[in-house]
Design a protein around this ligand. Structure first.
Ligand code: THG
Length: 262
């Protein structure tokens, strides 16, 4: 699966402080650690507290680019911050994320075409995130139609069925799994699927256990990518083992070690 490291996000205290004091080495260190742990892409989000999101996004991406050319997922709801981010992040970037409303897609999808970026689009609209799979899938189908209209290739589209915290939205988890399964039936080639995994355990007591279990379940449902904490070694081991059991890797006794050498 494609792994997007979630750790460069102003939601985390250390990143928020690094942004405020413009302490580059903290951001660079988190970037290096996530890549060493197996992240393929780094999410970059200045967080809700940023007073100057344009400047902060530019500073974070330039700081990362001093030490790595890894693809970045520019995580913002603001169009100007997104465009600036894509323009300096370079090739193979991700738009993270686009809401499923047509009017919002009409604004962001031209950027995907212009910068040849991949698109993560959420199954949510003006009314928020629907509780059932049917309504999520209807939004997913509309997202696919918008991509076709804007000449964004479906191979570059990642549908995010939006997992909410299980302690407040317990009925959503099953709906998300069903959405992941049925996304494969929307069109051929099918869009890819992705989740912001750590959302599921926000506010809960045993977060790692919930994250690890849900990742295994989502992989079995066909999940292609996740924004997650790659520094949780057991979470990464669950991912590798689930992929083994799904037949995506050939078994050997040292399969965990073998995965690391791939
Ligand atoms: N989908 C997409 N993008 C996303 C999300 C998503 N980006 C942001 C988020 N959701 C995924 N990233 C995180 C990052 C951090 C946390 C959860 C998801 C998190 N943070 C701690 C908390 O809120 O408790 C912060 C506190 C701390 O530890 O310092 O859990 O769904 N496309």
């Amino acid at each position: 699966m494609l792994i997007i490291g979630e750790k460069i996000n102003g939601m985390f205290k250390n990143v928020k402080e690094a942004i405020q004091t413009k302490n580059k080495s903290i951001i660079q260190d988190i970037a290096k650690k996530q890549l060493a742990a197996g992240a393929n892409v780094l999410d970059v989000n200045v967080g809700p507290a940023s007073a100057e999101p344009l400047k902060d996004m530019e500073w974070m991406i330039k700081s990362i680019r001093e030490i790595s050319n890894a693809p970045l997922a520019v995580d913002t709801t603001k169009k100007d911050v997104m465009e600036l981010g894509l323009s300096i992040a370079g090739p193979d970037s991700f738009i993270n994320s686009a809401s499923g409303q047509k009017e919002k897609l009409d604004i962001l999808l031209p950027l995907a075409k212009k910068y040849k970026s991949k698109v993560i689009a959420l199954t949510m609209n003006k009314s928020g995130v629907p509780a059932n799979a049917e309504a999520r899938l209807e939004i997913a189908a509309n997202i696919v139609a918008s991509c076709m209209e804007h000449e964004v290739e479906i191979e570059n589209l990642y549908i995010d069925a939006v997992i909410l915290p299980v302690n407040v939205a317990q009925e959503h988890a099953n709906a998300v799994l069903e959405t992941i399964r049925q996304c494969k039936l929307i069109c051929d080639p099918a869009p890819k699927t992705i989740l912001g995994l750590s959302n599921v355990s926000q506010g809960a007591l045993d977060r790692p256990l919930i994250d690890r279990t849900f990742l295994a379940m989502a992989l079995a449902a066909g999940l292609d990518a996740a924004i997650l904490n790659p520094l949780d070694t057991e979470l990464m081991n669950v991912m590798i083992t689930a992929e083994l059991l799904l037949g995506k890797n050939i078994y050997c006794d040292s399969y965990l070690e073998a995965y690391g050498k791939k």
